[in-house]
Write a protein that binds this ligand. Sequence first.
Ligand code: ARG
Length: 573
Amino acid sequence: MIKEKLKKEIENSLIKNNIKICFPIIIQKNKFKKMGHFQINNLFSISNKCKINYLILVKKIIKKINYKKMIKKINFSKPCFINIFLNPEWVIKEIEKIFRKEFFFKKNNKKVVIDYSSPNVAKSMHVGHLRSTIIGDSMAKIMEFTGYNVIRVNHIGDWGNQFGMLIAYLKKKNIYDINNMSINDIEKIYCQAKKTSLIDKKFLQKTEKYTAKLQQNCNYYNNIWKKVVQLTLKKNKEIYKLLNISLKDQNICGESFYKHIVKKIIKNLLQKKIAVIKNGNVIVFLKHLKNRKGEEMGIILQKKSGVFLYSAIDIACMKYRCKKLQANIILYYIDSRQKQYIQQIYEIAKKAGYISQKTKIKHHIFGMMLSQNNHPFQTRSGKTIKLIDLIQTSIQRAKKIILKKNKKITKTKLSDLSKKIGIGALKYSDLSKNRKTNYVFKFKNMISFEGNTSLYIQYTYIRIFSILKRFKKNVSNLKEKIMFVNNDELNLSIKILEFKEIILETVKTGQPHLICKYLYKISSIYSKFYEKHKILNKKNKKIRNSRLKISFLVSKILKKGLNLLGIETIESI
Ligand code: ARG
């Protein structure tokens, strides 16, 4: 961890000067390599806090630095920076260490529950489910890699009003057998039901009644429910498989799982006077919740009809994850429109004492996918786009690009590669954006050998793979030490050393785009290196072997990094 180590070195120098500091020293990568590899960015505030003129402070730091270890040189630059040059010898030592070991983090015994994907049942997955599914899955992989005990949860929406709707419409149309229906048929019925409910009040009341019946465990309703859930999950499973998402059947723990707990929760909240009954509904009023007129607003947990709402189930679920699962961290990957909602659930759960002190709860929001005109990403006629269609288009586009590059490719290879490239591109174009904001989805430039794309990174991996293959011997057995004969090797090696730091930063922020940015950067540094210097053809064996070792490390990072994003590497096109 270079930055952490540099901080220690600077701190040590301050201690030797009898200067005590109890605030962070901010170390950043230097944009201009000539000015040094890293720099201290908050020198001015350090000098203010220590009440020492910053020029004197600089002199003191420079004087007492230990130049035998990681720092070779430091200097001052205007307006107020300290530039740090790393010691190439130290970089070689560190690089050799990771060459001999795998990238590895110790187990930390912390349990993290990750709630992601979580689509509603009775509908097929649409583009709106892409972000939660792939960001959540990538974070699950990253947290697992860094030593957490990860519990993946697919909190499917399988206990709500959509069943009342479906059943009411089936009854209206005298349909009693749904055994031969597909998910598309079910979806159509649901849409019809929804339309009817908007114009027919009696129908709407029936939907409510039937949802209540389902929730009271009536057999007839339960059978329809089971069938619809099975049908939906089968389709979703196909999508997860195609997208290479690590959610399995055993990770499904949806709304219906809490059907017994939720009753007790309502009782308990009423007893504790956190919830009240108003007009027959069970409601919680939170003091700061006011409507536009300034009146107190409430969150309904259970309706007069007896129907339990999404909110009640989420309170039960939060308690279950804290108390029963004993989670240290709970992460929700739900879009930003539910930000306030999750805050409310959290507040109610906290008030009721359902949250353990040791549990940290975070809602990792994300923005929406938009189309070119900044409108929601839909078909031209305003319909939602099915996720499966988006995936297939991406695969088809990848196929065309591969065929341009290699006309003689076999059918099986084409089908395999187009999935790896097409799905990789779809994931990468999303994961490389800061998740907190909306973004405009474009197929254009998404699958390209140039620019910040997954294919560019996959292609860099192919280049290294082919060098290593041509070398014929096993690079990991090379005895010669890594050596730097130019600055490009040093800079590439420093970039390699940053990998672990970037991963930990991603864990901290829940932002996989940091890994994307890093992989793109190291790929472009490597590509430049590859174009400028001989590697396998270098006559001097020592230099050749050193370059092979560095290349090997880059390829390992690319593979691991892409895999953490849920993207596969390719060995040839
Ligand atoms: N099913 C919900 C939806 O489609 C998302 C559920 C997210 N998880 C949760 N615990 N509320 O909007």
